[in-house]
Each structure stands twice: as C-alpha cells, then as structure tokens.
Write a protein that binds this ligand. Structure first.
Ligand code: SF4
Length: 764
C-alpha cells in the first residue's frame, strides 16, 4: 500500500479542536519563503528536498512510504541531521519542543527511512521554526538510534493500520463490484454511448473533454459510469463530480444510487456548504462556542472509520447522522471524509476557488483523479467571481475605532487602509477610476494589516468585543483573499473604484479566468466539461482553458423534429422599444393561452419587463391561472411554483412568468404534459453595465469579438437553457416561441440549435 509520510502522521497525530475558522491562512505562501530562507543557509554537503521511499511490512500489509524531507545536513564528521522546517505566525517564545508532536513524527519518519536506506545507526533530528513576520528562527534537536526510530515508526504504522485495513478491504470489494458492473439501463439512449466512450477515452488519454450533449440523453450517467469503470481498470482512484447547483448534485447522487442498486460498492461523499449543514444557530467555530468544534480532531478518526465501514452513499443526511453520533462538525467531517472517498459530489469551489479548494490533495492523488464538471457553461462567470476580489472602506474604519485602545498597532494599520480609501474616493469623485494595474499601495498596506490581525486573532491582546472579533475575522479573510488575488493580477485584470453614499470599494476584476482555471485544475488526470448548452463550443473552450490536444464533442438532440414546434415572433424587445411592444406581446400571450390550452412558462429578460407584461396579461380578466416569480423566493415558494405545473391540470391553462437566467430557467425538469409551451422573450443579453463593458473592451483588444464574448454568447446561453426546459423525454411534445426580431439576423440565427432552426415566423 502506497502512503505519503505527511498524511500518515497527520492521520495518527491529529488531536484537539477546530481553530475557530482561523488557521493563519497567509502562512501557506509564507511557508515556502521561510523554507527557502533556511535552506539558503545550507553548507556545501547539505541537501534540500530529499526524496525518500521505503517499504515497511506491517501485518499482512507492505507499506511503501515516501516523502520529501526539507533538509539533509552533513557535518564535517559525516554525521547526519534530518531537518524539518515549519513556519508559524505565533511568537516563537510560545513554541516549545513539544508544541507539535506531528512535526517530530514527520521528521522521525524521514530519519528512519534514511537510516535504513543508508545503514546509519544513529542520527540527529532537527525541527526548525521560522516566525513569518520577524524571520526569527528557533531549533530543537533530538538524537535517536535506528532502533528507537524503528520502534517509533512501527507504532505509527500500527496506529494507522486499522484505517489502512478498512480502505484495503473496501478497495478490493469496490474493484470487484466495478468489474461486473453493467450499464444500469436496458439500453444506451441515442448519443449516450458516444458520450460515455468519449469520457473514458479522455480519462485514458489524460486530456480534457468539452462535450455539448443535449437534455434527454442522460448526461449524468454517461459521465459517471465510464469514470467508475476507469476506477475499476486502475486509471483512476477518485472522481469529483462538480456542480453549480444543489439540484444537479441530487442527480449525481441518484446516479450513484442507481449504480449501487446494480451492485456497485463505492464511497460517494456529498459536500454541503458550511452555512447550510452547520448544526449551530450561529456559525461560530471556536471550541468555546461549539461542542462540535471542541475536540473535533480527537474524535474524527473514529467517526470516519465508523461511517466508511458502514456506508457507501454518503449524502447530507448520512454525514449529519454520523456527525451527531460522534459529536464532530458536519462540514469539516464531510471534508475529511471526502479525502478518503472514491467519489466526491460538490460545488465547483472545492476544486477551483483559491479560498476553499481542498488543499490536502497530493500530486500523486490528483494524477489519479478525474473532474466531471456538470453544467460547465456556469463556470465562466463563476470562475470570474472566484478569481476577483473586492474590499470596502467601512470595515477598516470600524476596526480602527474598535481596537483604538485594545490593540494600537492593529488600529493604526486599519487607519492606514481607511486613509487609502479616502484618497481613492476623492480621485474617483473627479473621474471614474478604471486602471490596468494592481492596487499596489493597498496591497502593501494590507500585508501589514493581515499580520496585525493574525496576531490579534492568534491570542494577541484579547481586546475588543465579540462583535469586533467577528468583524476582524471576516475582514482578515477578505484581506487575505484580496492579497492572494493581487498575486494573480496581470494584464487579464482591471482595478476599479466603486463609490456610493455608503461605501468605497476597490475591486480587482478578472476578465479572462481561463489560465487560472487551468492552474487550479493542474495535475488532475482529466477534466470532463459538459453541458446541454456549451455553444459556441469555441467560446467555452477558450474561456475554460482548453489546450490544443483537448477533445470536443457535440451530440445532436435525440428527439424527433415532430416533438417540437418552433415559432418566431419578430417583435423588438430592445430596452428602448419595450414600452411600445409590451401590449402586443401581452395580447399575443393571451391569444396563445386561449387558443392552445396547456401549461406555459414565459421567460423574460428582467423582472421589470416581466411584471409590466404580466400586468397587461391579466388586465382583461383571467383566461388562465397565473403564477409569477419574484426576487427572493424561499425554498417552499420555489417548490410551490413548480408544483403548480401538474400534468393534465383540471383548471385549464397555467401561465408561469419567470426571468431568464433565474432559478426556473435552468436545471428544472417538467416532464411530459407538465409543460406544453415555452415562450422566450428577448435574446438574453446581460444588462449593459460597467463590468460587461470592460469585458467587451478587453476581448476586443485581444483580437476576439468583445461584444459576443461579453453579451451575445452568455445571453444566448440563457435562451438555450430556458428553451431547453420544454422537451425532456421521448414522450414530450411542445411549442417553443422565440420573441425577438434579432433571431432573424444571421448573427443570432447561427447560434440556435439545429432542432430550433426549422421555425415558422409569425406576424401580429
Ligand atoms: S457545527 Fe457549525 S459552528 Fe460548529 S464548527 Fe461546524 S460549522 Fe462551525
């Protein structure tokens, strides 16, 4: 069994509590610098980053342990010291030899491996701590014989063995179950085999696949099944099924459940957002405030063993049940379970967002992992958000005041940042500030603020109220993120200052996230990007970071032309014409619902336009039941909205008014007679605005069609999604009406799917 030193010792030596959400996140990058600093002092014979690998038998297992020790120091007499370097935000006075047993354990494992490999009977083990602010160093040294090291490492491995045994038993059973696993439907649907084959080939050939596959071919199973088969053939160890929405997560869970019913034995863990799954009324993850944080690491290994030993489909309910049983935080528990799972179903964030990505995955594990990215068209805008960052003035002013007495250095640092915002506000009042450079001055001030905040959060003065503590923690995280994004800043970013009466905000806005998606996804064996609406595919390949060798697949609709009637109503829905076209449009919708009773969804480009048409629609009395979307619908209201679409309603016609790009225009499945007609009003263009215009200008300047990239392609994607609600199965039939004269222009017409192009044009 192959095993890296770090996860081995982290598993065995973890203990204690969660740390209140504060884990000195800035130390990650600082850590690399601290390592280099120490390693620069090495002598001629010393070596850094030394790779070691050793076979160690334990019971019926042969462990192959490997890792890289930070330093191998050789003195004049040839005596060896194994060095492990750690950086810390803590004051070094507070660190003593026994502060971090896990660090000793790591160093001792390397020392033992070296002693065996080079037949050394005794050596020194050195822990070097570097304070990240002051760069001060503190060292602890132990001398150990090979026998002592052997006893230590044997004990570590024996403590790990029950977990290894459970994993081993599971994998044997898993692989046998995959071997005999058949496709879980009587036959492949049209296009389904092609998609499944392309997924398997892409995994085998270690490339990305960009697949446009229409609704109704069963995309979820067509991607999961070949990926599971790839686990069985040893190409993969793990699958991540990534989604933008909870509803698609459920579809993935159902696919695994279906496979399980056919004999699959595999651990599939769903990660639910922290805010949703938290057991407490208030999300405060300090051990003092939360019994699930207190002693978390003392209990989590037992909880994982228990859950993985008894469960395979580990959805939110299962996570919650075992988290309560073992009194561990359900969110952290789901992350820890994910590291041990064969399949993980989660939001895009856990892979691509630098704030929350799962960082404990080793390079070797990534090489055996495939990413299945569902509804991948959503990732363009989502990733723009992930790689952008904004900060506002008000938090710094509040912190300056709150810590004036309790922590003068922190208050002074917040004051400097606040003063920066005041200067920027003055400049922005004179002219709109859009710059092609990173806000270096602010980034510098924030580096100091982050250090001050870190000290305070790590125990510091203990001053301030609990509200100011929460504000500090929140602002600290935002500042760390801002600094992190500042490090990614290049010609694909702009900075702009946004002022309102209440706030001044500086935003670093990522215009083209493709290279960052590539970086965050680096090391994974294969990426499968799929969606019903990945068109035009060249645009999505470009924006999602495709490389020349990556594959593209486009599968035609499996439904017959007879199932769908498409009608084009060439009314102008441009902003300036809406007032004059609102009445004819409402009249058309009234006539339509009178003449062809059924269940309709009408999609509009904005709430205002929708509400105005709605008013006109109902003005002449009810000829249909109506239901309308509004801005902040609760879960129950959403369900009621969809439940109103019953097949064969006794009450005649139902007209549902909704907005394009909203909760009812994607991921909604109203099969059969639950939906008989869809009217899409407009071409879906995003509202003209500052950010969209900046995107347009950027792509114009880089040789692409900026207007298409910023407006037309994202807009038409919404149209395709909204129209795609209509035909969901071989039995569905329906009427699709496209309302806009721009559909007659070749530029828009070419973006319509083939099955929509055979349309009739009607005039009023
Ligand atoms: S249960 Fe909630 S408050 Fe407690 S540690 Fe987990 S997320 Fe934090």
């Amino acid at each position: 069994m192959e095993l890296a030193v770090r996860p081995l010792v982290e598993y065995v030596f973890r203990g204690g509590s969660l740390e209140g959400g504060f884990r000195s996140v800035s130390t990650l990058t600082e850590g690399t610098k601290a390592h280099q600093k120490v390693q620069q002092q090495y002598g001629e014979l010393d070596r850094k980053e030394v790779y070691l690998s050793l076979e160690i038998p334990c019971g019926k297992f042969l462990f192959v342990i490997d890792g890289r020790c930070d330093g191998l120091l050789v003195d004049g007499d040839g005596r060896i010291t194994i060095e492990e370097i750690k950086s810390t935000a803590q004051e070094l006075e507070a660190v003593d030899s026994e502060s971090f047993p896990v660090h000793w354990a790591q160093a001792k494992c390397y020392a033992y491996m070296y002693a065996v490999l080079h037949d050394v009977s005794e050596l020194d083990i050195q822990l070097t701590y570097v304070q990240i602010d002051t760069e001060e160093q503190k060292r602890f040294v132990q001398t150990m014989t090979r026998e002592q090291l052997e006893a230590f490492v044997t004990d570590v491995i024996q403590r790990y063995a029950p977990y290894a045994e459970m994993l081993h038993r599971h994998r044997v059973k898993r692989d046998a179950s995959i071997d005999g696993l058949a496709f879980p439907f009587p036959a492949y649907r049209q296009g389904q085999r092609k998609l499944a084959g392309a997924v398997y080939t892409s995994i085998a050939e270690e490339v990305k696949l960009f697949a446009q596959a229409p609704t109704g071919i069963g995309k979820t199973m067509s991607t999961i099944f070949p990926a599971v088969k790839a686990i069985g053939t040893g190409l993969l160890q793990r699958i991540f099924y990534l989604t933008a929405k909870t509803i698609t997560r459920t579809a993935a869970e159902e696919a695994f459940a279906r496979l399980q019913a056919k004999g699959l034995h595999l651990h599939a863990v769903t990660i639910t957002a922290k805010e949703k799954i938290c057991f407490q009324e208030q999300l405060s993850c300090r051990k003092e405030d939360c019994i699930y944080a207190d002693g978390y690491y003392d209990r989590v290994n037992g909880a994982i063993l228990d859950m993985l030993g008894h469960e395979t489909l580990i959805d939110r309910g299962v996570i919650e049940a075992y988290a309560r049983k073992h009194r561990v935080c359900p969110f952290e528990f789901s992350l820890d379970a994910a590291y041990a799972a064969d399949a993980v179903i989660c939001d895009y964030n856990y892979i691509f967002d630098p704030r929350v990505s799962l960082k404990r995955q080793l390079t070797e594990q990534k090489r055996h992992t495939a990413l299945l990215v569902d509804e991948a068209h959503n990732l363009v805008d989502r990733s723009r958000e992930m790689f952008s960052s904004a900060l506002g003035k008000s938090a710094f002013l509040a912190l300056q005041r709150e810590f004036k007495v309790a922590n003068k250095s922190l208050s002074a640092s917040a004051k400097e940042v606040n003063a920066y915002f005041i200067r920027r506000r003055k400049q922005a009042e004179e002219k709109r500030l859009i710059e092609r450079e990173a806000p270096d001055e602010l980034l510098l001030l924030l580096e100091d603020f982050v250090q001050q905040a870190e000290r305070e959060l790590a125990g510091g003065t203990g001053g301030g109220t609990s509200e100011s503590g929460s504000l500090l923690l929140e602002t600290y995280f935002e500042a760390v993120h801002f600094v992190k994004i500042g490090k990614l800043y290049d010609e694909r970013y702009v900075t702009y200052v946004d002022i309102s009466s209440q706030e001044v905000r500086v935003r670093m806005f990522c215009l083209d996230p493709s290279h960052l998606l590539r970086d965050m996804g680096k090391g994974y064996r294969s990426h499968i990007y799929f969606s019903a609406t990945l068109a035009p595919i060249g645009f999505y390949r470009d924006m999602l970071g495709a490389e020349a060798d990556d594959y593209t697949l486009s599968i035609p609709s499996p439904f017959s032309r007879e199932q769908l009637e498409v009608v084009l109503l060439p009314l102008s829905t441009r902003y300036r014409d809406r007032e004059t076209t609102v009445e004819p449009l409402a009249a058309y919708l009234r006539t339509l619902t009178e003449e062809r009773p059924g269940n309709y969804l009408f999609f509009f480009p904005s709430y205002v336009y929708m509400n105005t048409v709605y008013e006109h629609f109902i003005a002449e009395g009810p000829q249909a039941d109506t239901i309308i979307q509004h801005g902040e619908m609760s879960e129950a209201e959403r369900e009621d909205f969809l439940a109103a679409f019953e097949a064969g309603r006794s009450g005649g016609t139902l007209a549902g008014f909704a907005v394009m790009g909203g909760i009812f225009s994607e991921g909604v499945d109203l099969v059969g007679n639950r939906l008989t007609g869809v009217v899409v009003v407009g071409v879906g263009l995003p509202q003209i605005g500052l950010e969209r215009n900046i995107i347009r200008d950027y792509f114009d300047q880089t040789g692409r069609n900026g207007y298409d990239y910023a407006y037309v392609f994202p807009g038409m994607n919404k149209v395709l999604q909204a129209g795609g609600r209509l035909i969901r199965s071989e039995q569905d039939t329906g009427l699709l009406v496209l309302v806009d004269d721009r559909y007659l222009q070749p530029h828009y017409a070419r973006l319509l799917p083939a099955e929509w192009s055979n349309h009739a044009v009607i005039t009023l």
